[in-house]
Design a protein around this ligand. Structure first.
Ligand code: ABU
Length: 377
């Protein structure tokens, strides 16, 4: 059954990652594909030799889709049981060639994870540019919902960032080649030289961490400086900060790296720490940065592009309650020590479809207003 709006005439409003969650979008695994190699993504060449998908792109194995959907449906039920309204993405036939006058792609990817595509800032939902050709059309999975929110909520601002051209000029040729050594990659990442160039604004919404008036945006493979500037101009009431995490050799999306849990508290990936000079704003405003617990697993599920650090990719329901992957016992223990009630959610079968519990969702409504949590800049 589709849901009803939770607050009369105000459907969309969310200013941060921790206020009480009342309405959320959850992705779906239906018809998801492994995309063919493209300048920003070469997952096909990382598929292990013993996988039935070795060297292949196209629809993911049906059994894995069914397993992921079962866990996504269960997660949606857990949220609904907590009184949270859950809306779902609308899949399209992702296994279809697409293109624009500038490029063509053999397949699309899917509608997991919504967090990568939709950035909710207050009363606005902004469709990100995306930075992979195979994800250019992913916004279509959310258009039925956004259109409905637009009809129901007269104050909802529905926005789309400039669609990128994604010509070869937007990418560094050979950057993802298997011949590039870790040492070379480490140097590039340290120098903030990523696979995407500064040709045009490019960003995935999951590179943005929302903390009221301040937005922290990861400069990464999926978000460039021109996009951070674009966000700054687009959201003039906010302070938009560029951050980066040199320990990550494949930096995409901030939510398995640097995750605010409540005002004054950030969970930080110990393998990907914020450089000291970028910590100043948190120190000046008495925020504590705690290092996340070690993941319970030292390997990723089959056909998963995300890292083992999806262990810390949690969904905060309010400042006392958090959803954590069911097998991530060390992360659960740490949350309990930090004073949270932990809701364990089995989710390992979803990881391969683009991420964990935070990735798999996009905020529609959290209680609260836009606060200034960093008065000392
Ligand atoms: N979308 C989050 C993926 C980042 C990571 O696994 O490290």
């Amino acid at each position: 059954m589709e849901e009803q709006s939770v607050h009369e005439n105000v459907v969309v409003s969310s200013w941060n990652e921790w206020d009480p969650l009342k309405h959320v979008i959850v992705g779906r695994a239906d018809l998801c594909c492994i995309p063919a190699s493209e300048p920003a993504c070469d997952f096909v060449n990382e598929i292990p030799p013993d996988s039935e998908m070795r060297g292949m792109y196209g629809p993911r194995p049906l059994k894995s889709v069914e397993a992921a959907n079962a866990q996504l449906d269960d997660f949606a039920r857990i949220l609904k049981d907590r009184g949270i309204t859950v809306s779902r993405a609308t899949p399209i036939h992702w296994n279809r060639a697409t293109g624009t006058p500038d490029w063509s792609a053999e397949t699309m990817t899917g509608c997991m994870p919504p967090r990568d595509v939709l950035l909710t800032v207050g009363r606005e939902i902004l469709e990100a540019t995306m930075s992979n050709r195979s994800r250019w059309f992913e916004y279509l999975a959310y258009r039925p919902l956004l259109n409905r929110f637009f009809e129901e909520d007269p104050g909802f601002k529905w926005e789309a960032a400039p669609k990128p051209r994604l010509t070869d000029a937007s990418f560094r040729r050979g950057y993802l080649s298997a011949e590039v050594t870790d040492e070379q990659r480490r140097q590039w990442v340290n120098d903030k030289v990523f696979v995407t160039t500064e040709e045009e604004p490019l960003f995935d919404a999951a590179d943005v961490s929302r903390m009221g008036k301040d937005l922290f945006v990861q400069h990464s493979f999926t978000t460039n400086l021109k996009a951070i500037d674009w966000l700054r101009r687009h959201l003039p009431e906010h302070r938009v900060h560029a951050v980066n995490f040199p320990g990550d050799l494949h930096p995409i999306h901030i939510d398995a790296t640097f995750a605010p849990l409540r005002p004054g508290l950030i969970l930080s990936n110990p393998a990907r720490q914020l450089p000291d000079e970028q910590k100043a704003i948190f120190e000046k405003n008495d925020w504590e940065i705690v290092l996340a617990a070690q993941p319970a697993h030292d390997t990723r599920p089959p056909l998963c592009e995300g890292s083992v650090w999806l262990s810390m990719n949690s969904l905060v329901l309010d400042t006392k309650t958090v959803c954590v992957e069911a097998s991530e016992v060390y992360q659960q223990e740490q949350f309990e020590r930090l004073g949270f009630e932990v809701i364990p959610v089995p989710f390992r079968d979803v990881y391969s479809f683009g991420g964990g519990l935070h990735c798999a969702t996009a905020d529609v409504y959290r209680e609260g207003t836009c606060e200034d949590y960093f008065p000392r800049q």
